[in-house]
Design a protein. Structure first.
Length: 488
């Protein structure tokens, strides 16, 4: 009753709830996309719900994505939301623990380092890491077996990313202490830490110890590299060591170390969840896994020569697998911003007040039948433009005709009007997209050469989604049956 009587007519409708602080926290937390779609039916594209006492305004659809992700710096702010969670994990003076203009410079350092030459050097590293992983992993002994595949993908992702981005010295330490330390750092990323990030709880103590230890490991390596005077590696550590801020200052060692932690953590959850979904989808569609293998034989030659960066462009289905999996399983389901001053919503009477949080959910437009025929069907071939299920109005963000803007880390599309934005848009857009694509395409192409997968029960089903952490991922155990290919 109170919700109806005291509703401000200039604010979006409020999702009905019984308890003031709790609001819709539980329904949202169990299945955010389901919650958004149900609310959309009742309230339209723009509505407010209560998330742990905070008025959270969701704006769905392509206009909502643009309104939030391309919001002006004076209107919206990411660091006010995320810094409590990220600063204890990454460390001081990087990402959200610094002014936005500094983050833009830090993103540019990384973007500039991820050149075609760098990617060319990464493909053989990834192939070797994946091949050796399956040789030594106890889950893959013998000719066939059953494995909980998300766990394997988490390991493959961290080995490949650390080796490519941080160099061999760092990668080698993942067989020893670094894996456990990163696990402890990860504990700082649980949603409860939005509230309890400061508390002297056992997992926060382990997080703080891990942060200091990992940062020291990186700083020691930086020091050794400086002393040895070696140059020439393609990894990000070297690049950061040789970069300068616009004011001419070199990047301090502790900032390099903290940026390295941030990059590995940012990529780990999203890429390993996507990799796991790809493998699960392939197990549910062995015919497509076989087609991927045949695509390699057809386009690279029957002897399957060692995979190169250039080969990836010759494997369109291999690329489409990643695109289609990200359409249905984008790991970041909610992108939040604090509102800094009242924001009128164009074309409506609504003004979003500055005590609200804004929430964009591009995954909702990526499964909207308005743009994607049979949206719930995982069909990688829909990305062939002549396919009957091809998206109706997907405007590719990298299209040349699209107007571009530079927020300080290189040109990105000005608008966020595409219904397909798994890597976000605007000033906080992902800088790891190309790396993630190279990493995932190489992992898939290598796995397809070695194995055939199917569901344990032979069905076409896939497991549900676990939304309990900040990044969505497959519900575990997510077992698949694997069988070695005769040629492998
Ligand atoms: C930002 C998705 C892999 C580094 C983002 C954002 C999304 C995203 C949606 C925007 C967040 C926001 O607007 O608040 C993904 C997906 C990935 C992936 C789906 C893999 C499939 C990576 C990798 C790296 C990385 C491998 C590092 C090498 C970053 C960074 C940002 C970012 C530094 C910028 C954060 C900011 O400016 O606030 N990513 N990402 N990502 N991502 Fe990724």
């Amino acid at each position: 009753m109170k919700q109806v009587l005291f509703k401000n007519p200039n604010e979006p409708p409020v999702v009905f709830h019984w308890f003031p602080f709790l609001g819709s926290t539980i329904t949202y937390g169990i299945d955010p996309p389901r919650f958004f779609k149900d609310c959309r039916k009742k309230y339209g594209d723009c509505f407010t719900f209560i998330l742990l006492g905070k008025k959270t305004t969701v704006y769905l659809g392509t206009q909502g994505n643009d309104f939030i992700l391309n919001g002006k710096l004076r209107d919206v702010c990411a660091e006010d939301i995320y810094t409590v969670l990220t600063t204890p994990v990454f460390g001081k003076d990087v990402v959200y623990d610094c002014p936005n203009s500094k983050l833009m410079e830090q993103k540019k350092f990384v973007k500039v380092a991820l050149t075609t030459e760098a990617f060319r050097s990464y493909v053989p590293i990834i192939v070797d890491e994946v091949t050796n992983y399956f040789k030594r992993c106890p889950d893959f002994k013998g000719q066939s077996g059953i494995t909980n595949i998300p766990r394997n993908l988490a390991q493959i992702t961290i080995f490949t990313a650390s080796h490519c981005l941080q160099g061999k010295e760092v990668r080698d330490q993942f067989d020893e202490s670094l894996a456990d330390l990163y696990h402890d750092l990860d504990m700082g990323f649980t949603p409860i830490n939005f509230i309890l990030h400061w508390a002297p709880l056992p997992w926060n103590k382990r997080r703080d110890h891990a942060q200091q230890t990992v940062a020291k490991i990186y700083m020691d390596i930086i020091k050794r590299r400086r002393e040895s005077g070696e140059t020439g590696a393609q990894d990000i550590m070297w690049h950061l060591m040789n970069s300068k801020y616009k004011d001419g200052r070199p990047i301090p060692d502790h900032e390099i170390a903290h940026m390295l932690i941030a990059l590995l953590m940012a990529g780990q959850h999203s890429s390993s969840s996507t990799g796991a979904w790809i493998m699960l989808r392939l197990a549910s569609r062995p015919d497509i896994m076989e087609e991927l293998y045949q695509e390699q034989i057809r386009n690279l030659g029957p002897d399957l020569p060692p995979l190169t960066y250039e080969d990836l462009a010759k494997l369109p289905l291999n690329q489409a697998i990643i695109k289609e999996t990200l359409r249905l399983h984008a790991p970041i389901h909610s992108i939040m911003r604090a509102v800094k001053q009242p924001m009128p919503v164009p074309g409506t009477k609504w003004v979003i007040p500055n005590d609200h949080v804004l929430l964009a959910a591009p995954g909702v437009s990526a499964s909207d039948p308005e743009y994607f025929p049979e949206p719930d069907l995982w069909e990688p071939r829909r990305w062939d433009k002549d396919h009957p299920l091809a998206p109706t109005i997907v405007r590719n963000q990298t299209d040349e005709e699209e107007e571009k803007i530079d927020y300080g880390y290189g040109l990105v599309s000005k608008g966020a009007h595409s219904p397909y934005l798994p890597f976000g848009a605007g000033r906080h857009r992902c800088i790891g997209e190309q790396f993630a694509n190279v990493q995932l395409q190489t992992i898939v192409a290598t796995v397809v050469r070695m194995f055939k997968f199917r569901n344990v029960d032979g069905s076409n089903n896939v497991v549900g989604t676990d939304y309990s952490s900040l990044f969505s991922r497959p519900l575990e155990p997510a077992n698949i049956y694997w069988e070695r290919r005769e040629k492998a």
